[in-house]
Structure formats: C-alpha cells, structure tokens
Design a binder for this molecule. Structure first.
Ligand code: SF4
Ligand code: FES
Length: 378
C-alpha cells in the first residue's frame, strides 16, 4: 500500500460525482438536497488532474458517479484518463438518456465495470419510482449491450416500501440480464431518502422476508450470481461502518470540486471542506479539517468510546447521528446500544404502518423541499 504517513493509510476508493444532472428523479437519491448546477461543474482538465493525484496517492478504484455520469460530454475522456493511470473504473449509471450511445466508446476507452441501477422489476412501478417514462426498456437495452461488450455488469436495486415485494423478481431479472452481481440495498436515510422517509419505510416483516429471499437465492444461484445485501439501518442491531469509516477508505469529490469524507457530509454544520482547486488530494486526505473531524476513535462519546466494536463499525454514520440525534458525534441511533435506538425503531414501525404512503418528493435541481423530518432526540 502506498501509505501517506505510516499512521495514515491511503484511501482505496474515489467517488467522482461528475455531475448532479440526471434524467431520473429517484426519491431516495443520496445526492444533497441543494444540487449543483452544470455551470459550476469542474472541467475536464481538472478532473484529469484529480485522477492523476488520486493514482499517486494510492487510490485503486474510481467510481464514476453522479447524478448520471454519462450526462457529461467528456465522460469518455475521463474514463480514458482512469485507464491511462491504472485506476479501475466503475461506471455507476442509470442506463438512460445518452448512456447507451456512449457505451461502446467507454468500453474502447478502457472502462472496467458497469453498475446499473434498477428501480423495480416491473416496468410501470420502476418508472413511477424513478419518475421517468420509458426508462425500463432503455435500461434493458443498455444491460444487453454491456454484456455483449464483455463488460462485467452489476445491478443495483435500492429497496423500500414501493418495491420490497419485488425482490424475488429483481433477482430473476439480474439473472436474465446477465449480471454477475446484484446489490439488494435497503434504503439509507440521508439526502432525498431522508425527506421521503415516511414514503419509503418498509414494514419489518417484509424486510425479514426480503432477507430470507436473498439468502435462499444466494444458495440457489451459487456460481452464477453474487448477491450483496445491505440491511436497513433502522431495524438493525449494529450500524454499518459508513463509507468504511470516516476518512479511512474513501474520498468523495463533488461536481464542483469539494472533497467530502462521505456523500452526505455537507449536512453536518461547521465542517470545513477543502476544494481540489485549492489543495491536492494528498493534502486534503492528510490535513483537511473535515477528514480529521471524525477520523479514528478520539472524537467518540459513550457508548462508542468503550465499545468493543468501535474499530469495526466506527460508530456508524455521522450524518445519520446528526439527523436523528441532533449530534454528529453521537452514537448512530441505528445501534442497539444507543439510548435513542428504541425511538428509531418505533419511528420506523409507525411510518411503515401508515395505511397510505405519502407521495414522493422527487429529486429536482433547484427544488429542495422546505420541510425536513424531525429526528428522535428528546
Ligand atoms: Fe458501534 Fe458505537 Fe454501537 Fe459500539 S456503541 S456497536 S462502536 S455504534
Ligand atoms: Fe456521512 Fe454516513 S453518510 S457518515
């Protein structure tokens, strides 16, 4: 490993959020509520420099993401830069809009992997969730071309109340489309998902059923399809090590060049983010106040501070702790050891029991919702 200092290992992954523009409007999008406009996006030369700095720092994987990364005119040049620098490139795409038209050129430029999102298996439901008509046939045509080009394909399905009954059909679809991997990822409640939480929260029995379906399919499809399962935080016993632990594995560069420890870090007030226009990635990784704020365990309060799992899950998600507990340095309330955990579970049960789910507040540029759901702090 290319260590920055003996005590601070290099990041493994760079999430390059090339743009917030996207033809889809998913109500669980992890992008911030205030989306960046095209006019403020970094130019090609700056992205190429950032990628070179990432390679020099020791980054191995670059996730070309957004928004919809193929909405950028220069997506092929950016992908080619990854290939030149020996960076493994993963295109995280919706497969709609201009994605298919650029796919052959992306493959020729050295793209390594494609991760295609699907909103549901059934077309009308998928298109209602994504807020775009005729999206499903575009996605299927895109997936077909990915496999025809010999590129490895992963499908990603974010699971929530509106599609949880379709988990078996989503698994069948992944096999049918020739995916080698499927991510069944229960919704993480930050960004747009947090404001849509009451519309998205599934009931616990349905969550348990979806987990059993995945476990059964893993056995049945061994050797054909790998299924990754992200379980829902609000019903969990322990939280996830969000982003692999704050400032430990991942750097996230926003469309305008702001460097974040995770994609929701901007929701935490008072953090100072550095920009790629002002500092190198190596400087930002080692010295940026935002990366230092919750790195390691020194910032932890009880019960995390004395917990055996503190270097396993790193106290969970800081952004979720802020949203739910009102304190980014609190134990993530998704943890069963948090004093707020019972309230979080009660909130999930109450929201999932609503007879009619509220309408989605679709993701839009310039249309951030005014009302943010309250947390569970007393
Ligand atoms: Fe993780 Fe903190 Fe919960 Fe322990 S108390 S399991 S470190 S979140
Ligand atoms: Fe920010 Fe989890 S999303 S730490």
């Amino acid at each position: 490993m290319n260590a920055v200092t003996p005590a601070l290992p290099a990041p493994i992954g760079l999430l390059a959020e090339l743009t917030h523009r996207c033809p889809l409007r998913c109500p669980y999008c992890s992008n911030p509520l205030e989306l960046d406009r095209r006019s403020a996006e970094l130019d090609t030369a700056t992205w190429e420099r950032v990628l070179a700095e990432a390679a020099a720092l020791g980054v191995l994987h670059v996730h070309l993401s957004g928004g919809e990364p193929t909405a950028r005119q220069d997506i092929v040049a950016i992908t080619a830069a990854c290939a030149r620098l020996g960076l493994y490139s993963n295109l995280i795409t919706s497969g709609v809009g201009g994605a298919l038209a650029k796919l052959d050129a992306l493959s020729d430029a050295g793209l390594d992997h494609v991760q295609l999102s699907i909103q549901a298996a059934e077309a009308s439901n998928a298109e209602r969730i994504g807020g775009l008509r005729n999206a499903q046939p575009q996605k299927f045509a895109f997936a077909e071309r990915v496999t025809a080009l010999g590129l490895p394909l992963t499908l990603n399905a974010v699971i929530h109340r509106g599609n949880i009954g379709e988990v078996p059909a989503i698994i069948d679809l992944a096999v049918q489309l020739g995916a080698k991997r499927l991510e069944v990822a229960h919704t993480q409640y930050y960004g747009w998902a947090y404001v849509n939480r009451a519309a998205l929260m599934p009931a616990k029995p349905e969550v348990d059923r979806s987990i059993r379906v995945v476990e059964e399919a893993r056995e049945r499809l061994k050797g054909r399809l790998v299924i990754d399962l992200v379980v829902p935080d609000y019903y969990a016993k322990y939280p996830k090590a969000c982003a692999g632990g704050w400032g430990r594995r991942l750097m996230n560069v926003s469309p305008t060049g702001k460097v974040l420890p995770c994609h929701a870090a901007e929701t935490i007030p008072g953090l100072e983010f550095w920009h790629v226009q002002d500092h190198s990635l190596a400087e930002i990784w080692a010295r940026s106040p935002a990366f230092s704020a919750y790195r390691g365990t020194g910032w932890m309060k009880e019960p995390c501070r004395s917990c055996d799992r503190r270097e396993t899950d790193w106290g969970g998600c800081r952004c979720q702790a802020l949203a739910l507990a009102g304190d980014a340095a609190a134990t993530d309330p998704a943890c069963s050891l948090s004093p707020l955990h019972a309230r979080v579970q009660a909130l999930a049960v109450a929201e999932s029991a609503l007879e009619t789910a509220p309408d989605y507040r679709y993701r839009t540029i310039g249309g951030a919702p005014a009302a943010i759901p309250e947390g569970v702090a007393p």
